[in-house]
Write a protein that binds this ligand. Structure first.
Ligand SMILES: [Fe+2]
Length: 217
């Protein structure tokens, strides 16, 4: 069985080096909790969008950047034994920095739509199970205090997972968010990205979101 690279495994509690020298979890990893898909999944499938790559901060390289704090969210998709799941389709969608979605159901939202932002993206994991998105910290919006990125993941032989991730920087807002509050303490920890903020303000913030998938029944 493949195992996570030491660097990432070291950041996860409950991992140890097995006799073969590979990092393995002591016991089954807890599944990433399911959270509501919400009303703003893109109206046209992300796969069919004109701009749908893993850099949401610009529609096209060299184009103007979207407003907001740049952040790189990367991670790995695994099963409960920590095995990387190759061929996983990882889709994300989120609000722009002002707090508005590019969706007809959000047209009554008076907040400004950032036309330089690519509101969704799609990645397919390789053999190492890893994915990475460059984006901006989403804005808050009416009804959601927690800044969040929506995820939908499909892995071969596993159940589709729909969830959301949040950011450690905004703990007070997260604690006021109704969806976040439905999670228990352990689950909140699982879906909260711990941010690394470089002193060079031109560099993006970064953090990881490990996704653990359950087998299809
Ligand atoms: Fe949302």
């Amino acid at each position: 069985m493949q195992a996570l690279s030491g660097g990432l495994a070291c950041t996860l509690p409950g991992w140890a080096v097995a006799a073969n020298g590979l990092w393995m979890p002591d016991e089954d990893l807890p599944l990433t909790p399911t959270q509501t898909e919400g009303p703003f999944y893109p109206e046209t499938a992300i796969e069919q969008q004109l701009f749908n790559d893993t850099d949401l901060s610009q529609k096209i390289a060299g184009h103007e950047f979207a407003k907001g704090q740049l952040v790189v969210v990367k991670g790995i998709v695994t099963d409960q034994r920590g095995k990387p799941l190759a061929g996983s389709v990882v889709e994300v969608w989120q609000a722009c920095a002002s707090g508005r979605y590019h969706h007809s159901r959000d047209e009554s939202n008076p907040l400004l739509l950032d036309n330089n932002f690519q509101f969704w993206g799609r990645a397919i994991t390789g053999e190492d199970g890893k994915y990475s998105f460059k984006t901006i910290i989403p804005g808050k919006y009416p009804g959601r205090m927690g800044r969040h990125i929506h995820y939908r993941i499909d892995s071969p032989q596993h159940q589709r997972l729909v969830t959301q991730c949040y950011f450690s920087e905004y703990g007070e807002d997260n604690s006021k968010d109704g969806i976040y509050r439905q999670l228990d303490a352990k689950q909140r920890e699982q879906v909260t990205v711990q941010l690394d903020k470089p002193s060079d303000q031109a560099q993006p913030w970064s953090g990881s979101f490990h996704i653990v998938m359950g087998k299809a029944s």
